[in-house]
Design a protein around this ligand. Structure first.
Ligand code: DI6
Ligand code: FE
Length: 409
């Protein structure tokens, strides 16, 4: 099996409890798909006759992980963006058939190959920034066939590009127009047909529900989660984004991998996340676009040592964002996360939010060799710069995705 030896790297291993796990002058051996060892240069026994990459002091981090996205959708909402800035309200736009319903229409109308073509540029942007694992949700189809179409496109992207895609079923994202006034009937359809069918096609790695006054209530969410748990699928939830319905506590008690958004989560409910090992996923892109002013309970999350992840929430309405580096900056500037928390949020804690932390998210022996080499000296530079992409090389599962020709010793 091919071996690659990295030397003279500053490695943010992200393998300790709360820091960067920084080794200033490090070597690392990759054997096949996995990391064999990581060690300070002075203590390493450097093998001969292997591919040797001199990082010349550059920073190496784990491959980045975007643990919450709605990347696959049809059309865009630029017109709505323009209308809103010209004074139209969200309700007016919705009445004119805009908003989420317009994305559902465009997504239903698009063929699988059209959806794929429309998603590629967004994914390629993320790949260019060193993303090696990506979660993609359904939720703009809202009927059996269209939800399955989105999940097939997500799977296809994972076959076409060298990255890992985690597929999340979010049939309970919004009420489709044809079910107006019949939310319980739509939930019934999800439980009886949509989710079981998608699962039978092996298209579901996790199940998500949007719990909110404009989406689904606790009782409806519980029905979907009951089926997910019956099928052995992990759950997660969009919760406390616009109001506090108690969705975070409910999802955590059911063992949710993550609760996402949580601007309206009460600090007094945070211990329940800690108790159930649930990750808090913060989405500063949606906070920014919606000009939200209420902050997630960051101090309480820190106090109770709840792992914090951050993600793009890439979607055409509230977060038309295809840059995880920008999200790191936003998390620091808008939520006052530290650069260290931001990097943990797109590596080890994002891996936890996907239940993949035994495999990816940090650079340590036995984990998959997903890594990025950056043209920077210090990890804080990744969150600090806006609009600069210092990604110099990417390896995924031991294969060069973006090779380091110029760095080869
Ligand atoms: N929360 C959001 O902000 C988006 N979905 C969700 O669950 C909005 C989706 C859209 O406007 O298209
Ligand atoms: Fe979302």
């Amino acid at each position: 099996m091919a071996q690659t030896l990295f030397i003279n790297a500053r490695i943010a291993t992200m393998s300790d409890e709360s820091g960067y796990g920084l080794i200033d002058d490090a070597a690392m051996l990759v054997d096949g798909r996995n990391i064999e060892w990581v060690a300070p240069m002075g203590q390493a026994n450097l093998p001969k006759n292997v591919d040797r990459i001199d990082c010349e002091g550059r920073l190496m981090t784990p491959g980045l992980i975007d643990c919450h996205s709605h990347l696959v959708y049809g059309g865009n909402r630029a017109d709505e963006f323009e209308l809103r800035l010209e004074g139209a309200s969200y309700e007016e736009i919705a009445r004119r058939g805009g908003g989420i319903v317009s994305t559902v229409k465009a997504t239903r109308a698009a063929s699988e190959s059209e959806l794929l073509a429309q998603t590629r540029p967004r994914l390629e942007q993320l790949l260019g920034e060193g993303v090696t694992t990506m979660e993609i949700k359904s939720g703009y189809g809202l009927d059996c066939e269209s939800e399955i179409k989105i999940l097939r496109v997500a799977r296809k992207l994972g076959e076409l590009y060298p990255l890992r895609i985690e597929k999340t079923f979010l049939g309970a994202h919004a009420l489709p127009p044809e079910f107006f006034g019949q939310a319980d009937d739509y939930i019934e359809l999800i439980c009886k047909e949509m989710l079981p069918k998608a699962h039978a096609e092996n298209l579901v790695d996790a199940v998500d529900v949007f719990i909110e006054s404009i989406a689904f209530d606790l009782r409806q969410a519980q029905r979907v989660f009951d089926i997910a748990i019956e099928l052995g699928l992990p759950i997660k939830a969009h919760v406390e984004q616009l109001s506090d319905l108690g969705g975070s506590v409910m999802a955590a008690r059911l063992g949710a991998l993550s609760v996402d958004h949580i601007e309206y989560l009460k600090a007094s409910d945070v211990p329940q996340l800690a108790q159930h090992n649930t990750v808090a996923v913060l989405l500063p892109g949606a906070f920014y676009v919606l000009r939200e002013t209420r902050h997630p309970p960051i101090e309480a999350l820190r106090l109770h040592q709840v792992p914090i992840a951050i993600a793009t929430d890439a979607n055409p309405g509230s977060s038309p964002v295809s840059s995880l580096l920008l999200i790191m900056n936003m998390a620091c500037t808008l939520f006052r996360l530290t650069p260290r928390e931001a990097l943990r949020g797109v590596t080890i804690n994002a891996a936890k939010a996907l239940g993949l932390d035994a495999v990816v998210g940090s650079l340590q022996a036995g984990k998959q060799a997903d890594l990025v080499i950056w043209d920077v000296d210090k990890p804080s530079e990744l969150a600090y710069q806006i609009g600069l992409n210092p990604c110099a090389a990417v390896m995924q599962a031991g294969h060069w995705r973006k090779p380091l020709m110029e760095l080869a010793a």
